[in-house]
Structures are given as structure tokens and as C-alpha cells.
Design a protein around this ligand. Structure first.
Ligand code: ATP
Ligand code: MG
Ligand code: MG
Ligand code: MG
Length: 482
């Protein structure tokens, strides 16, 4: 089943169960001091769940563009090295706002996975919350009993607070959750060790696909729980993982979501995917990061030196660095992958198509300038590393690391990464000191607004609708009042 059809089948299924199908919220969050990027489907409904905004419909479903590269959910370092965590991914979700609860959420999850997609029960596991004395929350007997209608008892696993109690943040909506995991291993491996022992064990082929959250509490600032005015359901299923299972693959990157891009990367590098471990990691990193960067720009966030823009710049530089080091990409390459991505995803996400020209231009500029930095920085860093080793030291000095950062724009995590590969570390504490000293020095310098965003209306809710102008220095974003 093609990925576009898998997504559509999800939306059609929940539409048939009376859900309003809503568009994805932007991946870049503006006007919320607690969140830079959307990291779960429920973010856009937060105020409804808190009882601060009226619900527009009792049930909804969508596919949400998510980015997990900062804050509570940061998967960046896994990406490329494992086969099922992405920076940007689609989270398929269905919601009940004070409408249905555990019974229907579980029944429909089962009906969709087993009945519509045809996944076998023998390979499916459900986890339920074991309870927490500290919070006064009991074992989730209700969820357990509903699962027992569909799965044998030894496929229902009790999970702890870490895995089975969902919280939005320090405060806010929360509640027990029930997750569905799928075992993709070969028969022999399953016979040697049953799937129930592998759930939540970070095995790349026994993976979590769907999280059903039963939101019934609000965590108050003093840490205690209070019942929410209405009980809600919030679910999130990893679209790319679902595609992997339904397409009979063992890696998300082997699905039709990533293969076209990986094929183009392979072609441009003259290497084949699957032949060299390091080159494979680099191809996965680029195929993944390309999406994160393209969608961020489409949603109004350009790479920059501050806040969300800096996060995006770092993702882009990570991709460039992998391409440069392991695939021999010394010229801008990511920008050339944009048309293929737009062809593939522009139907579901028209913003990508609408901003294609801008996305290509911004990525190309970023790539060119970083490639220049990279060439100079790598030469310098090689010198620093040999000198450090020659002096019998294990750490690159804070002063050297700072000079690379300050004078050559070489990010500290990159210095660390390259140093680590050559067997030395970085004196981070000393680096931090240098950084603070520099901040002190520039404290009195004139304040310069380096943010990419120009607020045209002093309103909290605004929707990004495109860029009016793009020049080297001036970027003016256009907003529509909502
Ligand atoms: P994991 O334990 O695999 O890191 P999670 O428990 O952090 O996942 P949830 O917050 O429960 O994930 O999100 C709901 C679903 O979104 C998950 O069940 C998974 O299918 C998917 N998902 C989560 N993180 C990622 C990611 N980085 N890339 C792709 N899919 C993801
Ligand atoms: Mg996670
Ligand atoms: Mg998990
Ligand atoms: Mg989870």
C-alpha cells in the first residue's frame, strides 16, 4: 500500500466514525512561550483540552507535521543512526473533546489496524498504565479490559509512569496512556525471545506505533492532579512507522516516504544505499533533515542565529556536514532535492508547493555559506586536534573551541562531533566560560534584532501566508489575521 493511500485510509476511517478532518497546524509555533515547534498532534488543541477555548467539534482527526529537535522531545541525535526516529514526521491522530473515551479509542484503533490495514494480532502488543501511588492514580483496569476483547492477556503489558503516563509539560493536561507496539522480527528471533519482553526495549524491529492518551487530569503548578472539566482522548501514530509495517520493510527509510529522496542522494554521490554504513547514515540524515528544513521554511521559519531559526540552521548544517564528510558533497546538494520532495508531498501539504522557490533559494544560500565555513573550519580543527594529541591532552581547550566558534562560525556540537571521531573531547566548561566572557563584552553593544520575524500586527494569533520580500538582509513576513 502506497504511503499516500495509507494516510488517506486513516483519515477516511475516522471520518466514517464521525470525526471532522482538520488540517495540520504549522510545524513552527509562534506566540507560545513554552513551545518552539509542534511536537505532537495535540499541541494545536491545547486550549480546548485546558478548557480555555470552546471545542469546535466533538471529534477530530488529522495528520500533523511534528518536529522533535528541542525541549522535552529531542530525537535529533538518533536520526540517521536508527531507523525509526525522525526530526520531522507526521503524526496521525484522532481526538475526542469530552465525547468518547477509552472504549471507542481502543475499539477503533484495533478495527483500523487489524480490520482495515490487516495487521495480525500475534505481532501486536498493547501497554496499559500500572498506576502510581505518588499521584493517587490506580492501575488502568478499564483499558486493560477493553484490550482483552482483542488481544490475548500475554500481549497486554503493564507500563510505568515513564512510558504510560502522558504529560504535556510541567503543568497542564495529562493522563494514563495505552500504546500499541508491533513486532517485525523474523520468526526465529521471536521464538528465541517473545515480543512482550522486547516492548520498549529500543529494539529497531519491536516498535511503538500508536499512543492512545486518555486525558483526564490537569497537573497544577504545585504538582497535584485535578480532574479536567471533560475527559478527552488524544492519540498519535507515527505515519512513517506505520508505512514501514504495511510495506513489509524493516526501516522507515526503506518505504516510499524516503526511498525516492535516498535514490536521488545515492545517484548524486555515486554510492549505493546499503553498501557502506557511514554513507548510509549520511543518506538517512540528509533525507530526514531535508523534510524538517523544507517544512520549517514553508511554515515561515528561516534559518537564523536565534531561537527557532538557530535550531533549523543547526539541522541544516548537520545534514551538510554528513554529506560533506561521507558522501563527498562539496557543492550545495540539499536544495536540489527539494523539487522531488515537493512532487511527493505537495499534494497533502500545499504550503510546500507554494513556497518551493523560496525553500530552494534559502537552502542553497545556507549550504553555500556553510560549506565555505566547513572547509576552513575542518582544516583548522584538524590542526588543533593534532596539536592537542601531540601535547598528550585528551581535551581540546575552551579557547581553541571558542575561536573556531567565534571567528569561523563553527558550532560547538560540530567541533565535539569531529573531535570525538578522532578520539579527543572538548573542554566544554572552559568553552562556556569563554562564551560568557564574550557575552559580557558585547552586553553594551547596540541591540540588533536578528530575528527573522517582523510582527506587523500586535496580535497573538497570526497565520503565516508567505514572504513579500526576500533579500540578503531584509525579510518581511506577511500575516493574515485570524
Ligand atoms: P519513542 O518511544 O519511539 O521515542 P514516543 O513515545 O516518544 O516514541 P509519542 O510521544 O508517544 O512517541 O508519539 C506518538 C507516536 O509518534 C509514537 O508512537 C511514534 O509512532 C511516533 N513518533 C514519536 N517520535 C517519533 C519520531 N522522532 N519519528 C517518527 N515517529 C515518531
Ligand atoms: Mg520518543
Ligand atoms: Mg515511547
Ligand atoms: Mg509514546
Amino acid at each position: 500500500m502506497e504511503s499516500n493511500k495509507i494516510r488517506q485510509a486513516f483519515l477516511d476511517f475516522f471520518e466514517s466514525k464521525g470525526h471532522a478532518i482538520v488540517p495540520s497546524a504549522p510545524m513552527v509555533v509562534k506566540g507560545d512561550p513554552t513551545l518552539m515547534f509542534t511536537n505532537a498532534g495535540m499541541n494545536q488543541f491545547k486550549d480546548i483540552f485546558l478548557g480555555n477555548a470552546p471545542r469546535k467539534y466533538p471529534r477530530a482527526a488529522d495528520t500533523q507535521k511534528c518536529l522533535r529537535v528541542s525541549g522535552k522531545h529531542n530525537d535529533l541525535e538518533e536520526v540517521g543512526h536508527d531507523t525509526y526516529h525522525h526530526t520531522m514526521f507526521e503524526m496521525l491522530g484522532n481526538w475526542s473533546y469530552g465525547d468518547y473515551f477509552k472504549k471507542e479509542a481502543i475499539e477503533w484503533a484495533w478495527e483500523l489496524l487489524h480490520g482495515v490495514y490487516g495487521l495480525p494480532a500475534e505481532r501486536m502488543y498493547a501497554t496499559v498504565f500500572e498506576g502510581s501511588e505518588e499521584d493517587g492514580v490506580p492501575f488502568d483496569q478499564e483499558a486493560y479490559d477493553y484490550w482483552l476483547r482483542y488481544l490475548p492477556a500475554d500481549h497486554i503489558i503493564r507500563g510505568n509512569k515513564h512510558d504510560n503516563f502522558w504529560e504535556m509539560g510541567e503543568t497542564g493536561p495529562c493522563g494514563p496512556c495505552s500504546e500499541i507496539h508491533f513486532d517485525l522480527r523474523d520468526e526465529a528471533e521471536i521464538a528465541a525471545k517473545p515480543g512482550r519482553e522486547m516492548v520498549n526495549a529500543s529494539h529497531p524491529q519491536v516498535i511503538e506505533i500508536w499512543n492512545l492518551v486518555f486525558m483526564q487530569f490537569n497537573r497544577k503548578a504545585n504538582g497535584s492532579l485535578e480532574e479536567l472539566p471533560a475527559r478527552n482522548v488524544d492519540t498519535g501514530m507515527g505515519f512513517e512507522r506505520l508505512c514501514m509495517i504495511l510495506q513489509g520493510k524493516k526501516s522507515n527509510y526503506d518505504t516510499d516516504v524516503f526511498q525516492p529522496t535516498i535514490g536521488r542522494i545515492a545517484e548524486m554521490s555515486g554510492k549505493k544505499y546499503g553498501e557502506d554504513r557511514k554513507a548510509d547514515v549520511a543518506m538517512r540524515v540528509i533525507a530526514d533533515h531535508l523534510r524538517a528544513i523544507a517544512f520549517s521554511i514553508a511554515d515561515g521559519q528561516l534559518p537564523s542565529n536565534v531561537k527557532a531559526g538557530y535550531v533549523i540552521r543547526r539541522i541544516l548544517r548537520r545534514a551538510v556536514r554528513y554529506g560533506y564528510t561521507y558522501l563527498g558533497f562539496t557543492e550545495p546538494t540539499l536544495c536540489r532535492l527539494v523539487p522531488g520532495l515537493v512532487g511527493q508531498m505537495g499534494g497533502q501539504f500545499p504550503e510546500l508547493k507554494a513556497q518551493q522557490g523560496l525553500i530552494e533559494k534559502v537552502i542553497e544560500e545556507e549550504e553555500s555559506s556553510f560549506l565555505r565555513t566547513l572547509a576552513t573550519g575542518i582544516n583548522l580543527l584538524d590542526g588543533v586536534i593534532s596539536r592537542t594529541k601531540g601535547e598528550g591532552k585528551e581535551l581540546i581547550s575552551g579557547k581553541d573551541a571558542f575561536e573556531l566558534y567565534d571567528t569561523f562560525g563553527f558550532p560547538i556540537d560540530l567541533t565535539e562531533l569531529i573531535a570525538r571521531e578522532q578520539g579527543v573531547g572538548v573542554d566544554l566548561a572552559a568553552f562556556e566560560k569563554e562564551l560568557q566572557a564574550q557575552k559580557e563584552r558585547s552586553r553594551n553593544a547596540a541591540a540588533v534584532d536578528t530575528d527573522d520575524w517582523v510582527e506587523l500586527f500586535p496580535i497573538r494569533e497570526s497565520v503565516f501566508t508567505g514572504y513579500d520580500t526576500l533579500t540578503e538582509k531584509v525579510r518581511i513576513a506577511r500575516y493574515r489575521r485570524v
